[in-house]
Design a protein. Structure first.
Length: 266
């Protein structure tokens, strides 16, 4: 399967048209993905429910053939209230994210994506358990907080014990396609067995997706993106923390090609 991470309605539409199996809905992909707006999630849920009913996903899609799409993608929602690589959250931050879980659960989403660590980069069992309980019966993926945790082969056992059934990881490297990352992902697959599905993400593209299918991954995670440059502001004032001169947009054709690669290995 293919999970496509998106942070806009345009990208969601492109991913659906391309045949994505699952959507990871975020805001701010340039920040690594944060909790999305309620409005975006509601619009996406309306689209996938229209698909399930055999309707065009949007009024503007009457002539695009999307009313003939038969497989409704699952909608997975990121729960991450702020940027930062520490993933160690305060009481107030956890209260915010638990409230977000309640709101999106009421929207009928298919899965949550969350991760939390202690000050020493171990799995934060207390806060992870709180999210698992709040989300129940909706399943939860442990996200790339795992990539900065200590002792990954011990940590994957803890992730499984807590009740997460999927792990998103780059193999603790900047790209999952790094040779050492691939070896760790292999070890995680062996260690997790059937308890936790290992989903590689970060740097997954058309050139390397088959590598991860060949080592036993049942699902891969990719933005399938192209970069859209934004108009230049005359006075040069920046309103973003990173490179605020571009945004990522999911490319329908890249999604289709990625799905073709996956189907060849079914």
């Amino acid at each position: 399967m293919l999970e496509v991470c998106i942070d806009s309605l345009e990208s969601a539409i492109n991913a659906i048209h391309g045949g994505a199996d699952e959507l990871e809905v975020c805001s701010s992909l340039t920040e690594g993905g944060l909790t999305p707006s309620v409005g975006l999630v509601k619009q996406i849920m309306e689209m996938v429910n229209n698909m399930a009913a055999g309707k065009p996903i949007r009024k503007s899609c009457h002539d695009c053939g999307c009313d003939k799409l038969t497989k409704r993608p699952k909608v997975n929602v990121m729960i991450r209230c702020r940027t930062g690589s520490d993933f160690h959250y305060s009481v107030e931050e956890m209260d915010t994210m638990l409230s977000d879980v309640d709101v999106f659960k009421a929207c009928g989403v298919d899965r949550f994506v969350f991760g939390a660590l202690t000050e020493t980069q171990h799995i934060d069992e207390t806060n992870c358990e709180r999210v698992i309980l709040q989300a129940n019966p909706t399943p939860v993926t442990f996200h790339r907080a795992f990539d900065v945790c200590t002792a990954p082969l011990i940590s994957i056992a803890k992730v499984a014990e807590l009740g997460f059934d999927r792990l998103l990881t780059s193999g603790q490297k900047a790209s999952a396609n790094d040779a050492e990352a691939i070896e760790l992902i292999k070890s995680l697959i062996s260690k997790a067995g059937e308890k936790v599905q290992i989903m590689p993400g970060a740097g997954i593209n058309l050139d390397n997706a088959k590598t991860f299918i060949d080592i036993g991954c049942k699902i891969v995670h990719s933005s399938c993106k192209r970069i859209r440059c934004l108009p230049q502001i005359k006075n040069g004032l920046s309103m973003g923390t990173n490179d605020s001169e571009h945004v990522f947009v999911t490319d329908e054709n890249i999604v289709k090609k990625m799905k073709e690669i996956i189907r060849q290995n079914d």
